[in-house]
Ligand binder design. Structure first.
Ligand SMILES: [Ca+2]
Ligand SMILES: [Ca+2]
Length: 503
């Protein structure tokens, strides 16, 4: 009997294991539904497997869907319908303009038919059947909620409501500024098992890990065999709308691959096709090199130039240093959130224990009143602990504010450093600003860590059973400070060396 039940248990566990294994997602890059630099467009201007029109222009590096001129519209669409049910599309794009406000925006489409190249909805057709993920720059309804990222589903019958910026029609969305960022912005749109997930990368860094969830929507039914497209439009105000890459991957569960496995003949045909395409591309690259020897040499010499100039090397180091600072700050941010979570957890636990102890009193009227004997700590300790918790939480809030400030400052420094790099030199003003910014940063980190360390000993004796902040946070703050001091000293050394060279 017991051996039978043991077998049953074993079987259940095995079944569960098999089931959990079978839900793994397999991702396959689909080159026929993707484009990316270099050689994004071929010599004749065409983009392999894609068709574009309207005011769109493709170059080797990007597709400009709509240029920063009034009333421009353009779009690019896949030539063939999508042959798989579930997919992930990563779009890297830049929306840039001189104005504080831009227009109109850019859209990603998955629709049952290809849209127009000069339609009414961000360059594509209205009354589409399928999905539009719209990056709406211009605030038509004046509710101060643009630029906005949103998904709008349509069954081919509805007209997009520009007046309300689609507020009544959207499936979901998030408020994200995607204009004029130091690095290209990105969106990762995933459609898997009828769940639509959109992640957004704000372009403040070029770190692959910086995607944030914009939204997730379940029970989304899209038509099968649709087309991918991108479109953009300008209005009275105008931005450049450039797409640097669109990378498509098909998603398969193991169960599905069993059902959808392609025959070996098909596989061979596909790989042959791919080889031929690669060969053609190499040939074209070779031809291009022959025809443009100067340009190619420039391209290859690009990195030599980078290392040759002292100013540029310095800038690169500053960039790297700031990137590292941002990484540390992100970690610190996470840690602080964890600590806040733990603190509020323990606080609520303690309040629960306290209220339980008080609740017991009236239930036993015959007995003498109990002065919280259930608690392992005295009333004074309890009060001291709550005060201490409050101080710790305040300090953490301050620290959090400071981290946000640091992040804002480093963004500003990055932006100004980027500007200087664009101008091809390092102006003394920029250097001064950088130095000020870094020393301010150093002082602030020093101040906060001193405060933390000053409070840590007072906190230690009062909360024996609750996890205190001081440990990890202090360490990370100290590490951040050390890093900053190191970076600053490296920077100063370089500056002095350069100054010596000049005089
Ligand atoms: Ca709008
Ligand atoms: Ca709006």
């Amino acid at each position: 009997m017991s051996s039978n039940s043991l077998k049953l248990l074993l079987c259940t566990v095995l079944c569960l294991l098999v089931r959990s294994n079978s839900q793994t997602v397999h991702k396959r890059f689909e080159y026929k539904y993707s484009f990316k630099p270099p050689y994004l467009a071929q010599k004749d201007g065409s983009v392999p497997f894609w068709e574009y029109g309207g005011n769109a222009i493709a170059s080797g590096e990007s597709v400009r869907l709509a240029p920063s001129l009034r009333s421009q519209k353009g779009a690019i669409w896949t030539r063939t319908p999508i042959s798989f049910d579930w997919w992930e599309v990563d779009i890297m794009f830049k929306v840039t303009g001189r104005g504080r406000i831009g227009a109109d925006g850019l859209a990603f489409w998955y629709t049952s038919a290809r849209g127009e190249y000069n339609g009414d909805v961000f360059g594509s057709s209205d009354r589409w059947n399928g999905l539009g993920v719209i990056f709406d720059s211009f605030d038509n309804d004046n509710k101060h909620n643009n630029p906005y990222v949103m998904a709008v589903l349509n069954d081919g019958t509805k007209n997009f409501d520009h007046k309300s910026d689609g507020a009544t029609q959207l499936l979901s969305g998030c408020l994200r500024d995607f204009r004029n960022k130091p690095f290209p912005t990105r969106a990762r749109i995933e459609y898997y098992l009828n769940t639509l997930t959109v992640h957004f990368h704000n372009g403040l860094t070029n770190n692959e890990a910086d995607y944030e969830l914009c939204f997730r929507a379940e029970n989304v039914a899209l038509p099968r065999g649709g087309y991918f497209g991108l479109s953009a439009a300008t209005g009275g105000l105008a931005d450049d709308h450039d797409v640097i890459h669109l990378l498509t991957s098909s998603l398969h569960s193991t169960q599905q691959t069993g059902g959808q496995q392609i025959s070996t003949a098909d596989q061979q045909k596909l790989s042959q096709e791919y080889q031929e395409y690669q060969k053609k591309l190499e040939q074209q690259k070779e031809e291009y090199r022959k025809e443009h020897p100067d340009e190619v040499r420039d391209k290859e010499g690009e990195f030599d130039d980078w290392f040759e100039s002292d100013g540029q090397r310095e800038l690169r180091q500053i960039f790297q240093g700031l990137g590292q600072i941002q990484d540390v700050m992100r970690d610190l941010h996470k840690k602080v959130d964890e600590v806040i979570g733990k603190q509020s957890n323990s606080l609520s636990l303690l309040s629960a224990v306290y209220s339980q102890a008080q609740g017991v009193q009236p239930a036993q009227p015959g007995q003498p009143p109990v002065q919280m004997p259930a608690l392992p700590i005295s009333r004074q300790d309890w009060d001291a602990m709550t005060t201490n918790q409050q101080i710790v939480i305040n300090t953490i809030a301050e620290l959090k504010g400071f981290i946000i400030e640091v992040s804002r400052k480093s963004d500003a420094v990055l932006a100004s450093a980027g500007g200087a790099a664009g101008a091809g030199g390092l102006s003394p003003q920029v250097v001064g600003e950088l130095r000020d910014g870094i020393s301010q940063l150093k002082q602030s980190v020093g101040g906060v860590s001193q405060r933390l360390s000053a409070q840590a000993p007072a906190a230690a004796p009062v909360c024996p059973s609750v996890s205190c902040v001081s440990g990890t946070t202090l360490l990370v703050a100290a590490a951040g400070q050390l890093l900053l001091m190191f970076l600053y000293s490296v920077y100063k050394e370089r500056k002095e060396a350069q100054a010596k060279k000049f005089f």
